[in-house]
Design a binder for this molecule. Structure first.
Ligand code: 3PG
Length: 214
């Protein structure tokens, strides 16, 4: 049984070295290995593979086989996919919101959970389980960097990975906040680059993002 405190501790250890976690929607399992190689070479080895395509579990499995790539499973909206993702190699889970069922299932199966929150009440509920790290989603639509700055008052020990609506223009507003651990975003892997298998362009975008300081 993984406690909330242990879960958040493991996430801090995985996320502290990267400013950005690329959020991936991968349709072709054949793209998994070259994509992982491009991201690792570009300096962004921690990735979130969303469960939004039929290939996602296979993609997790194949990306996990690439040396240095730390793969998380994203878009966990129920506990049904947790054990398949773990079997495929997922090292952490990411959810847009957080439910008791998901928290319990991840704890039982030992998967660190980066649970989604957008309000202080949701943070307080996660904190009651011992968590002190969460995904702030959808970040821009939920008040953006000013909201995160305000959360630091009542929740001083909580740290966030803001995701949703971030881009190269606004990401530094988030990364400079002391309660931000890293940020998540899909701009590192634009669908057109994935479709055209433009791995060098993806590596370049990752390299630019990896230089951001957090
Ligand atoms: C998501 O779950 O879709 C992520 O938060 C990515 O959001 P983005 O596409 O706005 O970066």
């Amino acid at each position: 049984m993984l406690t909330g405190k242990e879960s958040s501790g493991q996430l801090r250890a995985m996320l502290h070295a990267v400013p950005i976690v690329p959020v991936l929607v991968v349709h072709e399992a054949a793209h998994a290995v070259p994509l992982a190689q491009a991201l690792v070479s570009g300096g962004l080895p921690v990735v979130e593979v969303t469960l939004r395509t039929p290939a996602a579990i296979d993609v997790i499995k194949q990306m996990s086989s690439v040396a240095g790539c730390v793969v998380g499973v994203g878009t966990l909206v129920s506990d049904g996919d947790v054990s398949a993702a773990i079997d495929a190699g997922a090292r952490f889970g990411v959810s847009p919101g957080t439910t008791e069922t998901l928290v319990t299932s991840c704890a039982r199966l030992g998967l660190p959970l980066l649970g989604g929150v957008a309000t202080v009440s949701e943070m307080m509920r996660l904190n009651e389980h011992g968590f002190d790290v969460a995904k702030f989603f959808p970040a821009e639509a939920s008040g953006g960097a000013p909201a995160l700055k305000a959360f630091a008052g009542p929740m001083p020990d909580f740290h966030f990975c803001p995701t949703g609506g971030l881009n190269p223009k606004n990401v530094e507003d988030y990364l400079k906040l002391p309660n931000v651990l890293c940020a998540g975003g899909s701009w590192i892997v634009p669908p057109e680059h994935l479709k055209s298998e433009n791995w060098s362009a993806i590596e370049k975008l990752a390299a630019q993002a990896s230089k951001l300081s957090c």
